[in-house]
Ligand binder design. Structure first.
Ligand code: FES
Length: 100
């Protein structure tokens, strides 16, 4: 059985994938997020970004004084399809009729 160490359990990002990023010169939290998807799962990085920063600091890729989390984007909490489906649609979302 292989030993896979997960850094981001939501998106299945492993320590080996982080080392792969570092070997290719991707060393910021934002670059690693974009390359691997780390931090984009249901917990939105609450469980993994601090660990990522710790790993980058330990490997000398990140200065603790300048460490920054990535920009959180809405929705900040997981939203169910039922919630989205129940949202009311205003007139601005009604498609315009095409002439003709
Ligand atoms: S553990 Fe990384 S997004 Fe949830």
């Amino acid at each position: 059985m292989s030993e896979r160490r997960f850094v981001c359990r939501c998106e299945d990002v492993t320590l080996a994938e982080l080392d792969h990023c570092l070997a290719r010169g991707l060393a910021t939290v934002e670059e690693i997020k974009r390359y691997t998807g780390l931090g984009t799962g249901p917990c939105q990085g609450k469980e993994c970004v601090a660990l990522l920063c710790r790993i980058l600091i330990d490997r000398g890729a990140l200065d603790p004084a300048t460490a920054q989390p990535f920009t959180a984007r809405p929705p900040l909490e997981p939203v169910t399809f039922a919630t989205l489906a129940a949202a009311s649609l205003g007139p601005a979302t009604t498609p315009a009729k095409e002439p003709g």
